[in-house]
Design a protein around this ligand. Structure first.
Ligand SMILES: [Zn+2]
Length: 498
């Protein structure tokens, strides 16, 4: 085994080329070609019928909702929608596929030639989409008796066909080049953006951990300053956003080590393993000809009416990127601010707080500062804090009208988080109100001056900075309930007559 290369060594000499194939289980009520339910988690083999079990004589019928969902996805990814296309049989033999072929699309996909702009570290990278096509999912195989859950060492296997026939959309990118060291980050950012779009479109629940969004990552390396493309591998089973990034990174290092040792890269399927962050080899990759594709004879061609496509286009919801741009303008936030808010998970919360009447900058300060710290120390998302944007806006308004000092406002927010009560209730129960009246403050100020005549003289002599000591004494005397800027102004006017 060669010494492990560092990632920096790899990208100093090699250019990564990546491609992403994302499978999305659509959230239709019934399967792609039959009326069986698609509900997740049912008892094995309770959601099956002659069609999805591939029994002789049964005939598939296309699910119109699945077609519409696929077109929605294609339009959101700026694709051309075919006016005529067909399903194809992809022939292979595997126990989780009862028909021994999968109905998919081959050379006539429903959507082609799109793109998705992805933000990587403040830069926009355009990822070209080659195709978006429809197919059906396979069943699930469970190997029993072995230590690892794999077929090796198992005494027997169980097959569950509930998932067989669930509509699946595959989104395939063109090869992405020219991003160098940022390839792993880009891969993660692409899948994240795609997931957010799919969620916004309402076409899937996009749960990677349940397999409704699955990503295969193609990776190859090419020596810098050469034109020859390297051999690619396909890493499967990448089941979290974090793993997408790790899978690309680890495969780049693995390939560079082989190439440095003078070995060839084998074109193969590899399986990503969450526990080690590495992949192990699977079967060597079949060529398309091995699948003996031919047009599916049991289904009529798909010919979406342009008027229907136009209706779907017109009904598309506001997509995440457009929404981010709109919110950035509304909140007066820079790209950097938006990225920071997005990374902290507070964009929606800041927008809702501003919508409830707070100045956007104040709303951002609260959610990015005090509230984000609370969420962080409780190890939860800011959205899970027990305070609403309306309550935050109320606290901000109370600071603006002088009822609360900044320090008191934090105490009020903490009270809301602890008790779930409204800010006004917390204020009255805990007596958290700024001491604003001149008599009470005046007495505290007189005491502070009397206690430190030396400091008072310095301030009278023009050393205004020294006043901080006196302000501190007044704040202490009023148990933090005075407004510091008011105290300061009163002190200076008393001592300097200004
Ligand atoms: Zn069925």
């Amino acid at each position: 085994m060669t010494q492990a290369l560092s990632y920096d060594d790899v990208v100093a000499r090699y250019e990564p080329v990546i491609g992403l194939e994302t499978h999305v289980e659509l959230g239709t009520a019934s399967k792609m070609f039959c009326g069986c339910s698609t509900t997740f988690g049912a008892d094995p083999n309770t959601q099956v019928c002659p069609v999805c079990l591939g029994l002789p004589g049964s005939l598939p019928v296309t699910n119109a909702a699945a077609i519409e969902y696929a077109i929605r996805i294609g339009l959101a990814l700026n694709c051309q929608i075919a006016t005529w296309c067909r399903f194809a049989r992809k022939n292979y033999f595997y126990p989780d596929m009862p028909k021994n072929f999968q109905i998919s699309q081959y050379d006539e996909p429903l959507c082609t030639d799109g793109w998705l702009d992805v933000d990587v570290d403040g830069d926009t990278v355009r990822v070209e989409i080659e195709r978006v096509h429809l197919e059906e999912d396979t069943g699930k195989t469970l190997h029993v008796g072995g230590a690892t859950g794999r077929i090796h060492g198992a005494t027997h296997s169980l097959v569950d066909y509930n998932r067989a026939g669930i509509p699946l959309v595959e989104v395939v990118t063109k090869p992405v080049t020219g991003v160098g060291a940022r390839a792993p980050e880009l891969a993660k950012a692409y899948v994240t953006e795609l997931r957010d779009i799919l969620r916004t479109l309402g076409v899937s629940d996009v749960r990677m951990e349940q397999g409704s969004l699955r990503c295969d990552v193609n990776t190859s390396l090419r020596l810098l300053d050469t034109l020859a493309l390297g051999t690619r591998t396909e890493t499967k089973n990448v089941n979290s956003l974090r793993s997408v990034e790790r899978a690309v990174r680890s495969e780049m290092v693995r390939q560079a080590e082989r190439l440095d040792a003078g070995e060839r890269i084998v074109q193969e399927t590899r399986h990503f393993q969450e526990d080690t962050g590495r992949s192990r080899p699977g079967r060597s990759k079949e060529e398309a000809t091995d699948y003996r594709y031919f047009p599916e004879p049991d289904l009529v061609p798909l010919a979406p009416e342009p008027a229907w496509v136009a209706t779907i286009q017109a009904a598309l919801p506001e997509l995440p990127a457009a929404r981010r741009r709109r919110l950035a303008a509304q909140l007066g936030a820079s790209d950097r601010d938006m990225i920071a808010m997005s990374n902290t998970g507070v964009v929606d919360l800041v927008a809702a707080t501003a919508a409830a009447g707070a100045p956007a900058a104040e709303a951002r300060n609260w959610w990015m500062g005090h509230l984000a710290q609370h969420a962080n120390s409780a190890d939860i998302e800011p959205a899970e804090l027990s305070i609403t944007p309306e309550q935050v806006a109320r606290v901000i308004a109370l600071v603006a009208d002088g009822t609360l000092s900044t320090g008191l406002a934090r105490q009020v927010v903490d009270g809301v988080l602890e008790t779930g009560k409204d800010p006004d209730q917390v204020i009255s129960e805990r007596g958290l109100r700024t001491v604003g009246d001149a008599d009470t403050l005046g007495a505290a100020i007189d005491e502070a001056i009397a206690a430190r005549p030396d400091i008072a003289d310095k301030v009278r002599g023009g050393k205004v900075a020294a006043a901080g000591v006196l302000v501190g004494a007044v704040m202490k005397a009023t148990r933090g309930q005075a407004d510091a800027s008011t105290v300061r102004a009163l002190l200076l006017s008393r001592l300097t007559g200004g």
